[in-house]
Design a protein around this ligand. Structure first.
Ligand SMILES: [Zn+2]
Length: 269
């Protein structure tokens, strides 16, 4: 079997035997791969100190002879070492959440270049001290939804594709609200919300400005810093819950942030 070389980010590492590691990596052209890094903890190994989370690596490995099982890692180069997630706790948690989500979504032997590039771009953004880690995470999670084909409909009605104006008067501090259903795929117009409720679907509501901010962020425009303190936790809450619903799983990294009541719930009067 020949050797395979590809750019990669490590999604997870498990110590194995005395000095080895089992790695789960996301590669640019070979999808997600599990491989054995023999002797990676030995100081004399060419893999020593090169297999850290968050860094962009170039890995060389042999595919397993049977096509299943673990690849055999023979060489690693660090193409880009990232310091901020090791020094800033918010950046660390955001980066770890991205890795966990990709590990959950990646299917073996399925080339997912878009997902790899989204992850790489987010790791680069998290390295920039000007970027707020929570916002980089929201941007990642929105893009992650797009890559997986589970992105929420933010501007139009998810059911009929028509305009979906705000349905409910302002309540609490977050302004006008619009009908929203994770099960139906996102924002709903009034008639479709009515129809969804009649068929037994759960339909709630979200502040329009949260959906608008998510749509702008996906297009590359971060929210106005003046409104960001209130908006960023709401954005994170919204996209986190939406992804959990569609992944049918709450990632470990979401648990603490989403343990409290929905930040976008209507204010009770
Ligand atoms: Zn509709």
């Amino acid at each position: 079997m020949g050797r395979t070389v590809d750019r990669a980010l490590i999604l997870g590492r498990t110590p194995w035997s005395e000095s080895s590691l089992i790695l789960h990596v996301m590669t640019e052209r070979h999808g997600s791969v599990r491989m054995l890094a023999r002797g990676a903890y030995r100081k004399t190994s060419r893999l020593y100190c090169k297999l850290d989370l968050f860094d962009t690596l170039e890995l060389t490995w042999r595919e397993p002879s049977s096509g299943v099982g673990l690849g055999d890692l023979s060489d690693a180069d660090v193409l880009h070492r990232r310091k901020r997630p090791r020094q800033d706790l918010d950046a660390y948690e955001a980066a770890l959440t991205c890795l966990e989500l990709v590990a959950l979504a990646a299917r073996p032997a399925n080339v997912e270049t878009g997902l790899f590039r989204l992850l790489l771009g987010t790791m680069a953004a998290l390295e920039n001290p000007e970027v707020r880690p929570a916002l980089a995470l929201v941007r990642f999670e929105l893009g992650f939804g797009v890559e997986l084909g589970i992105a929420p409909s933010l501007a139009q009605c998810a059911a009929c594709g028509g305009p979906a104006p705000a349905a409910q008067p302002a309540s609490g501090g977050a302004g006008p609200r619009v009908a929203f259903s994770a099960g139906a795929g996102g924002r709903l117009c009034n008639p479709c919300a009515h129809e969804a409720r009649r068929s037994g679907r759960r339909v709630g509501s979200l502040p329009v400005r949260v959906l608008e901010a998510a749509a702008s962020l996906l297009d590359g425009t971060p929210p106005d810093p003046a409104s960001a303190d209130d908006l960023v936790p709401r954005l994170r809450d919204f996209i986190g819950r939406f992804l959990d619903y569609h992944l049918e799983h709450r990632p470990r990294a979401h648990r603490r942030f989403l343990a409290r009541a929905n930040r976008n719930a209507p204010a009770s009067t």
